[in-house]
Design a protein around this ligand. Sequence first.
Ligand SMILES: Cc1cc2nc3c(=O)[nH]c(=O)nc-3n(C[C@H](O)[C@H](O)[C@H](O)COP(=O)(O)O)c2cc1C
Length: 260
Amino acid sequence: MTKKVLIVYAQPEPTSLTRQFVEATVQSLQEQGHDVLLSDLYAMRWKATFDEQDFPCRADLGRLSFIKESGHAYSTGRQTDDVVSEQQKLLAADAVIFHFPLWWFGLPAILKGWIDRVYAYGFGYGYKGKGNLYRYGDGILKGKRALLSVMVGGPEADYSPLGINGPLEELLFPVTHGVLFYPGMDVLPTHAVYGAAHLAKTEIATEIAVWRKRLEQLFEEAPIPFRRQNGGDYKDNHILADHIAFGKSGLLAHVDTSDT
Ligand SMILES: Cc1cc2nc3c(=O)[nH]c(=O)nc-3n(C[C@H](O)[C@H](O)[C@H](O)COP(=O)(O)O)c2cc1C
């Protein structure tokens, strides 16, 4: 069945590995018969900073309260056109794929700025004006899939469970869990390519073939089993229940591995 897939990417150089992956993604999805939506953040000259220009019709001219102004602009139809257009793409998409190089253990600033601005109050958080009622598994993007494709300069060993940089799934946890699962998306395990700056042509071809194979399962692959806020694992929607938390701590306690 034809699906809509939004690709959001943050690398301006056409010969970069990130961009080679974006090309492969577009090709593969189109070959599968899917519709592709693109957000090429550098080409769009995406405004990365969230500031007073985001609120042309302020609720309070005396003090710039981002959450209050964001909710006001969203609920009264006074957001900037670039933000509205990205929200519409997200709502239209069945899946969202993010392509980016790992910069300082996280997202390039332009992509972080896309999240800061597109995730308005009432949209990315505070859904239906109900504070934290809908989050972590419930929200405006429920039913959609999300996948990070990240190019990593360092070797895989540095990102392994005891690697010096820390495990990649934990470094990117604020994105997979905090940004994507938060408004309800099903998040697939991150796809990483290590040693990305120094791959030989043949290695790149192999990596792209592996990625294309994975994309064939975009709508079948099991998501990361993050625990849902409203699924009974949390006390008062805040803290893991004692029987769940027993012997656990840290970020990965929020992943339900009981079936594995
Ligand atoms: C500003 C900047 C920050 C970087 N930070 C990291 C990092 O934290 N960890 C890492 O392994 N590589 C880091 N790198 C290397 C990039 O991840 C690498 O150049 C990239 O994955 C290559 O893919 P590309 O051709 O798509 O840019 C950084 C590079 C730049 C320019």
